[in-house]
Structure formats: C-alpha cells, structure tokens
Design a protein around this ligand. Structure first.
Ligand code: FEO
Length: 166
C-alpha cells in the first residue's frame, strides 16, 4: 500500500508522461511540415513510448489499490523553426522529466516505500538513455548546422527508429 501523498505524486507524473507524448506528437507534426519524415517518425515512436510510460504509472497505481488522479494536460508548444530547435527542446524536456523522477524517488526513499523505489528504478535507468539519445542527436545537428544535405541524411537515419522495436 502506498501513501496518499505518494499516490498523488505518481498520478501527477502519469499526467506528465502523457503530456510528454503530446509534446512529441506536436514535434512529429512540425517535422512533417518541414518535410523531415524520418524525424517525424522518430518523434511518433517517442510519443508512443511516452504513452507506455504513462500506462506504467497508471497500472502501478491500480496494482497498489491506490487512488488515481488525472491532471489536466496542457497544449504542447508548436513554435519550432528547425530540427535543431526541436531536439534542443527534447533534451531540455527530458532533463526536466529526470528531475521529476528523481524527486519521486526521493519521496519513496523518505517514506521507506521499497516497492515504489523498485518501480521507479526502471524510469531512472530509462532517463539516462533518454537524455543520452537526445544529447547525441542534438550534438550532430549542431555540428552539421544548416547544411541541408547533411540534415536529409540524418533525417533518413532517424526514420529507421520506426523500423525496429519501440
Ligand atoms: Fe517518459 Fe521521455 O520520459
């Protein structure tokens, strides 16, 4: 059984995961408008992963017999001029998510809630990967700058994410 306070915090994170999906879906739309269909696919896969993250929180709360709450989901930003701007925002967003997950873990530790600590462990590991992937793509984009032929090549590479497992 988890505390009411922790259940509320986990529901808030569930909402943020679904909000993340919305943020990445908006980026997928913007990338498609830029005719970068590979990046659009990459962002659609990312959005789908975020929905899975949201479902993990939901299922954990249900399994624990805890109360579920559903925070409002804000409209996502849509003002992006370049793919670099999109991935800069991605990295910034994932760093924020890492901070939220860390705060949840701090709370679970302070409440000696071992089951929730084990549940959150997966997200701690996932965030390392999320940040590393976004940072790597951003670095590549900053290196190639506005050279459109290089962006097209990178776009093709990003599109491969849709071919493998999610
Ligand atoms: Fe679910 Fe990208 O954090």
């Amino acid at each position: 059984m988890i505390s009411k306070k922790l259940a509320k915090a986990l529901s808030e994170q569930m909402g943020r995961e679904f909000e993340s999906a919305y943020i990445y879906l908006a980026m997928a739309g913007k990338a498609a408008e830029m005719n970068l269909m590979g990046a659009s696919t990459w962002m659609q896969v990312q959005a789908s992963e975020e929905m899975n993250h949201g479902m993990k929180f939901f299922k954990y709360l249900v399994d624990q017999g805890a109360e579920t709450a559903f925070p409002a989901i804000a409209a996502p930003p849509v003002q992006y001029d370049t793919l670099t701007a999109i991935f800069r925002k991605t990295l910034e967003h994932e760093r924020k998510v890492t901070k939220w997950i860390t705060e949840l873990m701090d709370q679970a530790v302070s409440e000696k809630d071992y089951a929730t600590q084990i549940f959150l462990q997966w997200f701690i590991t996932e965030q390392v990967e999320e940040e590393a992937t976004a940072a790597e793509i951003l670095k590549q984009l900053e290196m190639i700058g506005d050279k459109s032929s290089a962006v097209v090549m990178l776009d093709r590479h990003l599109g491969k994410r849709g071919e493998g497992k999610e």
